[in-house]
Write a protein that binds this ligand. Sequence first.
Ligand code: ZN
Length: 355
Amino acid sequence: MSQSTFKRKAHAAYFTRCMRALPSQAQEHDANRVTIAFFCLAGLELLGVLPQDGERDDWIEWLWSLQADSGGFSGSPSATAHLPSTYTALSALALLRAPLDKLNRAGLAAFLRACQAPDGSFAPTTEIEGEFQNDVRMSYCAAIARAVLRAPGRTSAGAGPGPSDSSGTATVAASVDEIPDVDVKAAIGFLDKCKTWEGGYSARPGLEAQGGTTYCATAALSLFGGLTVSDHAASIMDTTRWLTQRQIGGFQGRPGKLEDVCYSFWCGGALATLSLASLVNAPPNTSFLLDAQSPIGGFGKAPEDFPDPFHSYLALAALALTPARDELGLKELDPVWNLPPVARDWLLSGGNESA
Ligand SMILES: [Zn+2]
């Protein structure tokens, strides 16, 4: 039986508790911390209760402390830059509406280029030998960071310090065209090779398609300009079929697997990225998601499971893509950026306070 009541207050309390329970800032080597912070902040934002005062300034200061000297963000202060931490730190700064004047744009551009391999894939850091960790999740993180760097609406006020010339005088911040870009053609080529015969996308070429990697690949292709979105585009029909076939009531990640709330976002978000969110059978999906609510707030991966920040946020994000969004009082979500449009636009405007 479906739990008809949306436990809004309990969810807000759950995310707040998780934020406060994060390990202390002295904790070393905790790359997950910034990711958990992103899930909690994003959950509070979708619920419309993200505080814009008090603790906000402390979180912003902490996020900037993760910016590596050479560009990009790490999981903990003084660690090396890491692509997933860079993506979640930028998104968290957007959720907090932090001015981006401290963003080392030239360093970030250099970091992204250094992470890219000749086959177009991206490594999580510049220090990993071989390409076994290069997968479509890293392509997505790189695509978001690149889109922030190349935002058309960025003004000089939000552009941050420009590179210094040989005399040590700060030059005018580089325009979009002057920022060295990654190899976009190769990045798209790698993603295309991850498409399987079934139509979904795998983490790397030759592996099995999965819901999460299909979301990352379609959203990254959208950001890199490598996706033709049209109801009739033959190139997305097999992907569309694979995604819609993952719906049981909620969604499974692969054929033969059980439903899990995170796949309602990964598969539903991929369909929304293809402008085909209407193909989700909304009532059973919404019921499954609401049934996975925990009495103490948050969501488990399925009904009766213990909640965690990852599934709690992705369940809310999935609900934000359903027709029930208004009724539940959730903010709108841009499926490609995995952020509300106002936070996405914050990044695209350069985080300019006057924007
Ligand atoms: Zn899951």
